[in-house]
Write a protein that binds this ligand. Structure first.
Ligand code: SF4
Ligand code: SF4
Length: 556
């Protein structure tokens, strides 16, 4: 450890840290563009110049290591002067088109222009003009004029994505970012370059011009696209998700997320294929019913069957709370032991950075609840084919995408499916109950590391899901749009799965007294050993590892 002084504060820091890192560790932010904590040092923007006692010239804080007794000053007149000069240079050829720039409102250059610039330009000559709309790849658009040549995107591709696809050409004020000849910016993590670009040079082809940043709410949640469970923000306007961006979590995904998780997971939430109301099949015709009527129908049908005649499909796409209540309902109300959860593994579709072959967010949670015994599925399918199992309850999994399961389900007398969207399984159902999507409810997923993380609602349903967590709700309330303050946007008539199950149990004579997902989780944490001691509050925004994490691989 070494002791240094920054702006009069004495700091203890590890040997080998740079000034910018040591200051940041202690909450002192030194302005910077090109430096990023997870990329190699480039030192090209010169924004982090600071004064170090006994050194004749200003030094860059990102490229200077601390030594014992070092005295650093970050806001002397010399430093401020240098910072203003850097800003003046950067803005000389910048187009200053903030009113039409997607980055406006979350742009480092814009923020620093307010904080560290004199507010006017002495440059009266013509600016250098460059291409404004360059398709770098399938998801990323480049505005070459806005680029400040920080090289963050170049280093990200080479160092993190392991796909060196970007480089600079030309010299001086004619430098341009481009792809290598014959290449595109096309790798599984390409869109992270948009997040780390400090200006509006790189924008998302899916999101650009769709909303201003201040019109949206940003909710802390996690991606359900695979067993990693990357922390992310869900950005919403008028009750519609418009984009998802990574949220820093050093234990799970650092600063990154994959493009597939970013782009694909929210589209099902907004899709036209959402189940819009409870639906019951009568004489081959589907009819929409009120929730109470649909639940009464399910309860009266299940009363007809004996315990061994009913099977229950849990889901590695559903939350711990949903699976916990489903297996409790199966055991205490239906009285069946036929419980199964289907794995969804894509062998080979994984890498060393984030992407996992297990494409479910909660296999590990279902396993901790004892619902993943691989011997159960063949037995259940066999019993369905032989007519010994006559009814089934499927929660949040398109199990009929597997032809063998579809064939067995088609022999049943009665099939209830809880689903967010229409799929092969809902097409076989006698009753379809609309489940709230991951972005419409509270709950927890357990990722492959055994880390329990929270999902939170970023869009509202008619049956709004609540929790006692002040942070998430006040965030939504403050921005308002998620609660449809403007009277726009569609609120779907969907309910969290645990609540649907509790409703059916209640009609069948078992009163579950949960009012929130948090109530269900509290009971789960007090009864299931692996979850002991966990609460929504202790899980917080970065998750908490199960009490006894076991490495459990998913079966293909
Ligand atoms: S496009 Fe953005 S991240 Fe890439 S070099 Fe230019 S300013 Fe930096
Ligand atoms: S790695 Fe998995 S959890 Fe992370 S963003 Fe991609 S799909 Fe989502």
């Amino acid at each position: 450890m070494v002791t240094i002084t920054v702006d009069g504060r004495t700091l203890q820091t590890e040997d080998g840290r740079t000034i910018i890192e040591a200051a940041r560790d202690h909450g002192i932010d030194i302005p910077h563009f090109c430096w990023h904590p997870k990329l190699s040092m480039s030192g090209n923007c010169r924004m982090c110049l600071v004064e170090v006692e006994k050194l004749p010239k200003l030094v860059i804080a990102c490229g200077t290591k601390v030594v014992e007794g070092m005295v650093v000053r970050t806001s002397t007149p010399r430093v401020l002067n240098a910072r203003e000069a850097v800003m003046e240079f950067l803005l000389i050829n910048h187009p200053l088109d903030c009113p039409i720039c997607d980055e406006a409102g979350e742009c480092k250059l814009q923020d620093y222009a307010y904080k560290h610039s004199v507010g006017y330009s002495r440059f009266t000559e013509d600016k250098v003009h460059k291409p404004k709309r360059v398709e770098l790849g399938p998801h990323v658009m480049l505005d070459t004029e806005r680029c400040i040549m920080c090289s963050r995107c170049v280093r990200f591709c080479a160092e993190i994505a392991q796909a060196p696809q970007l480089t600079f050409t030309q010299r001086g004020d004619h430098v341009e970012l481009t792809t290598f000849p014959g290449q595109q910016l096309d790798n599984p993590y390409a869109m992270n370059t948009i997040d780390i670009c400090p200006v509006g040079a790189l924008t998302s082809r899916e999101f650009r011009f769709r909303a201003r940043v201040w019109e949206m709410s940003a909710t802390d949640t996690i991606c359900p696209g695979c067993a990693r469970g990357c922390s992310m923000f869900s950005w919403v306007r008028n009750n519609e998700i418009l984009r998802q961006t990574p949220r820093y979590n050093p234990e799970v995904n650092e600063y990154w997320m994959c493009d597939k998780g970013r782009l694909e997971t929210y589209k099902a939430v907004n899709a036209e294929t959402r189940i819009k109301a409870p639906v019951v099949k009568t004489e081959g015709e589907y009819t929409e019913l009120a929730w109470d009527e649909a639940i009464a129908r399910v309860a009266s049908e299940f009363r007809v069957y004996r315990k061994a005649e009913i099977a229950v499909f849990g889901s590695a796409f559903a939350t711990n709370e949903d699976n916990y209540l489903l297996q409790k309902f199966a055991r205490d109300v239906l009285g069946t032991k036929h419980i199964v959860v289907i794995p969804h593994v894509v062998p080979g579709d994984e890498d060393a950075l984030l992407i996992r072959a297990d494409k479910t967010p909660n296999w590990r949670g279902a396993a901790a609840l004892g619902m993943t015994d691989p011997a159960n599925l063949p037995q259940i399918l066999q019993a369905m084919r032989e007519g010994a199992i006559k009814a089934a309850y499927v929660m949040e999994d398109n199990v009929a995408a597997d032809p063998a399961i579809a064939s067995a389900l088609s022999r049943l007398d009665f099939l209830v499916v809880q689903a967010t969207n229409e799929n092969e399984t809902t097409r076989l159902a006698d009753v379809i109950l609309p489940a709230a999507a991951f972005a419409e409810r509270h709950g927890t997923f357990t990722n492959f590391q055994g880390r329990v993380q929270r999902i939170r609602p970023s869009v509202a349903t008619l049956d709004q899901d609540r929790a006692s967590d002040g942070l998430a709700m006040s965030r939504l309330d403050r921005f308002g749009t998620s609660f449809d303050r403007w009277g726009r946007g569609v609120k779907r008539d969907a309910r969290p799965s645990w609540k649907i199950i509790a409703g059916i149990a209640s009609v069948m004579g078992m009163k579950y007294r949960y009012t929130t997902a948090e109530d269900v989780f509290a009971e789960l944490a007090s009864t299931v050993e692996a979850f002991k001691g966990l609460t929504y509050r202790s899980i917080g925004n970065r998750g908490q590892v199960l009490a006894a994490p076991r490495e459990q691989s998913v079966r293909s």
